[in-house]
Design a protein around this ligand. Structure first.
Ligand code: 2AM
Length: 187
């Protein structure tokens, strides 16, 4: 039997990102779409419990910096909104099949921008990649999807989350580290 000190087994850095995480009903509906796309296009379908929309991707962050991320999240105010997912698309290079919206509510890019600006002000480096709201449903697709509309799916968004991405032989596992509510817009 071998023994490890906690310092030896605890990773010093963690891969993290801020995201919108669907409730059970929305996740189930998105997963049904994902399975249908997978049946048509092959590849690797996202598991129901991993479906999300990334707001800001940080990559590897030193463990002691997680508290600063939580402070940033607490300071960000955003409005609740309904996200209507009514589009399916693909990116050729990475063969990702995604669900998106023809009419992105202004509150969504506003939230991503506020988060990005606050993270930057707190000294976090973000990818220069422009915010392109999408929900990945299938990876490594072998055929293109019938591009275009899909039956609309309403996702009520009332909070955002900080997520750790952990990898093992089974693929990526996501762990929600914190959740922050969005304002309901009422007085
Ligand atoms: P994807 O679904 O388009 O691959 C966890 O990896 C999440 O962060 C995924 O939603 C992934 O987007 C996104 N992500 C991974 N690398 C990223 C990067 N360099 N910039 C922005 N988002 C990224």
């Amino acid at each position: 039997m071998s023994e490890h000190s906690p310092a030896a087994v605890m990773p010093a850095r963690v891969r993290v990102f801020f995201a919108l995480w669907p409730g059970a009903a929305t996740a189930a509906a998105l997963h049904a779409r994902a399975r249908a796309l997978h049946a048509q296009c092959g590849g690797r379908v996202m598991r129901r419990d991993t479906i999300h929309l990334t707001l800001a991707f940080l990559g590897d962050v030193a463990m002691p910096r997680l508290a600063a991320l939580e402070t940033v999240a607490q300071s960000v105010r955003g409005e609740r909104f309904i996200l209507e997912l009514d589009r399916v698309g693909s990116w050729r290079g990475n063969r990702i099949l995604w669900a998106g919206s023809a009419n992105v509510p202004a509150a969504l890019p506003a939230l991503a921008e506020k988060l990005g600006a606050s993270l930057h002000a707190a000294g976090f480096e973000l990818e220069a990649r422009a915010f392109n709201p999408h929900v990945t449903l299938v990876r490594n697709a072998v055929r293109s999807p019938p591009r275009g509309e899909m039956p609309g799916l309403r996702w009520p968004v009332a909070s955002f989350v900080l997520v750790a991405s952990e990898r093992d032989e089974g693929g990526a596992h996501y762990r929600v580290l914190g959740r922050w509510p969005l304002d309901d817009g009422g007085d």
